[in-house]
Write a protein that binds this ligand. Sequence first.
Ligand code: ATP
Ligand code: FE
Length: 331
Amino acid sequence: QLVLGIDTSCDDTGVGLVELAADGSVSVRANRVWSQTVHANYGGVMPELASREHVERIDAVMDDALKEAGVRVSDISAVAATSGPGLVGALLVGLMYGKGLAQGLGIPFYATHHLEGHIYAAASESSLQPPYLALVVSGGHTHLFDVPQTGEYVLVGATRDDAAGEAFDKVARLAGLGYPGGPAVSEAAKRGDPKAVPFKVPLAGQKGYEFSFSGLKTAALLAHRAGAKPEDLAASFQAVAVKSLVQTSVRAARDLGRRTLVVSGGVAANTALRESFAATELNVIFPGKGLNTDNGAMIALAGAAAIRAGRAAHGLEDGATAYAPLANSAG
Ligand code: ATP
Ligand code: FE
């Protein structure tokens, strides 16, 4: 079966195609993303502009994805589109586009949770058999979920304040490293000393599994004002942020008796983070190239997982939701 996945939750127009084989294995056939640049001058994403850009681009991104996979629209057997969380106006574009296609082709439609997409992005690398822990580290989330069985998400811990990706973006900005912040910090960190700025690991000694990045951001600002070199600041911040994510996740895995950890979301593209997680005793699964930051293939992968699990398709009446916790317990 050929599953189409669409994500327009924020400022990326993503369309992907995934093949779900009879034996349940999945392979990404296409993954096209148009990253909007109109927001560069505003210092943040402008929701109204984002919606308009999605409307203008989605057809072209869809065509590119079909070309990449070498298939036609009529070859698609199911559609998955992100219904939340995200910017409602932006979400609606991809959601309506997906519903329209499903309706027109008479095929099943799956409204998909954006974070479930981020988690299933790792399914391209392995069959992703529960139980496992999933750490989603992105621009808006730093959430650690326990996944005892397919489709069940228990929130184990989350950030108290800023998301990890948000902190990378803010540190990049204050150190004048440019945008997008994550890759910029990662690049500058290669030329810096991770011990130059003595950041403390946030919430060290806690019993729970929470994260916190706003204190680090303030500490980075103070170090910057005190004259720390941008490269040293980047290296030191990255080192402590990674340490915090790794230590807390590994501790949670030990306490809960989980052996497998999925690390996904934009920050999971970070090389230092990958190396550090790979050095733990856990079986760590990362999404492949192009599947970490927002994209359509991850939504198609989540859709394929829903189909494989025999979940019922969704009706076309439900809308987009800005706030949509994945776990039953808040978040
Ligand atoms: P959410 O999924 O929470 O709604 P989002 O969709 O905006 O947020 P993603 O696209 O998953 O987030 O990830 C974007 C974030 O990932 C940005 O904050 C960016 O700085 C960060 N990021 C991207 N590449 C890297 C990297 N190499 N190192 C660290 N951070 C990175
Ligand atoms: Fe995302």
